[in-house]
Design a protein around this ligand. Structure first.
Ligand code: PLP
Length: 402
């Protein structure tokens, strides 16, 4: 092994630790749910993206088993090469109906869908205009493109600032194509993109709109079909990304749009071309999850009911939830060390949350991110509120005394 490299790794890790930026994954000893087992203890789980509780739903597990029995454990190859199967075709058709778009193409993850779709559609001579709080996978997708996109060159707009976006668009008339790309629901803040305004600007300045609905899938819109539905913008958003890994409870991502977009991505989307497809178990479980979303409004109702209760009560206690409008509920800490202490002390008090620090959020804007979901009982949330009050007061995170 290269000694200099190992030394560099050690020093770099020590630096992260000194800045309170070092992460280690908590180890779960149970399935996902309202409460989980960590370190031999049962704790209230406010850390997952399992919005609707589908990750451990018996109906999804059964569907996964049946798909394995019918189609096996693995996909065998990338789809264009080894052949796709009827399960994928069914899934893409169902998703297209669900999204009310012409077509859908499934990728192995939301991350892959971003890194496949963006650089294959936008390159030399084009410009990509981004919200400054876009998710890392959008940013990486954008970086893979040879379009103009850099913040230092003026192509990143202040978070949700439509005047700033318009200023940028005014300067971009000479590019061949213009893309505006945004999170639908911002993953660390829980606020919603002003999609109607973005679409109106795109129409005025001849730009393409792409929305990443990772956190809107299963959460916003009719049956949880996303922000396009939430705002009634059917037919006006060119590229919609969805995840199958969060509210849908399994794994995978997809791009919804026109049939032409799908055909182009089959031919030029690199993760589709060069990475093996999702296993049949995942596809079978996802099909079941979509069916549940379309027929059973209960999980979404419970999710939003819990989200409202949780947010209202945190605010009553004096926590700053940073303008969140969705179940994603950040609790502002500011300092990275405080966020990490908050995570530790809450765990000791029986609550599992994770402190979010740079590079996931800007420096000095550390927070713990809380995620109430459909599986929480009122008692889970009340117990968690009690723990938050105690720890928040001890750490000085509560800013306002009520
Ligand atoms: C989580 C997330 C992704 C990535 O989705 P995966 O399916 O987990 O790879 C993409 N975009 C946003 C906004 C996300 O929050």
């Amino acid at each position: 092994m290269n000694a200099g490299f190992q030394q560099w790794l050690r020093e770099s890790i020590d630096q992260l630790k000194a800045q309170n930026l070092y992460k280690q994954p908590p180890i779960l000893e149970s399935p996902q749910g309202g409460r989980v087992r960590i370190g031999g203890r049962e704790v209230i789980n406010l850390a997952s993206n399992n919005y609707l509780g589908l990750a451990n739903d018996p109906r999804l597990k059964q569907a996964a088993i049946e798909a394995v029995q019918q189609f096996g454990a693995g996909a065998g190859a990338v789809r264009w090469l080894g052949g796709t199967n009827t399960l994928y075709e069914q899934l893409e058709q169902k998703l297209a109906e669900f999204k009310k778009t012409e077509a859908v193409l499934v990728f192995q993850s939301g991350f892959n869908a971003n890194s496949g779709a963006i650089p294959s559609c936008f390159g030399e001579g084009d410009v990509i205009i981004s919200d400054e709080l876009n998710h890392a996978s959008i940013i990486d997708g954008v970086r893979l493109s040879s379009a103009k996109y850099k913040k230092s060159e003026g192509y990143v707009y202040e978070h949700k600032n439509m005047n700033h976006l318009e200023d940028i668009l005014k300067r971009c008339g000479h590019f061949k194509k213009r893309l505006i790309v945004t999170d639908g629901v911002f993953s660390m803040d829980g606020d919603i993109a002003p999609l109607p305004e973005i679409v109106a600007l795109a129409e005025k300045y001849d730009a393409v709109v792409m929305v990443d609905d990772a956190h809107a899938s299963g959460v916003l819109g009719e049956h949880g079909s996303g922000t396009t539905s939430h705002f009634g913008l059917y037919g006006r958003v060119d590229i919609q990304l969805g995840t199958l890994s969060k509210a849908i409870g399994v794994i995978g991502g997809y791009i919804a749009g026109s049939q032409l977009l799908k055909e182009w991505l089959i031919n030029r989307g690199r993760p589709y071309l060069f990475s093996t497809a999702l296993p049949p178990a995942a596809v079978g479980a996802i099909l079941k999850a979509i069916e549940i979303l379309q027929t059973d409004p209960e999980p979404m109702r419970r999710l939003w009911d819990n989200a409202r209760y949780w947010k209202e009560n945190l605010q009553k206690l004096g926590f700053d939830t940073m303008g969140s409008e969705t179940p994603i509920t950040p609790v502002f800490c500011g300092d990275e060390g405080i966020a990490q202490q908050m995570e530790r002390q809450l765990y000791e008090a029986g609550v599992f949350v994770v402190g979010i620090v740079y590079p996931t959020v800007p420096r000095g804007k550390a927070r713990v991110r809380t995620m109430p979901n459909a599986t929480h009982t009122r008692k889970d949330l009340d117990d968690a509120l009690e723990a938050f009050e105690k720890v928040g007061k001890a750490l000085g995170v509560i800013h306002r005394w009520v």
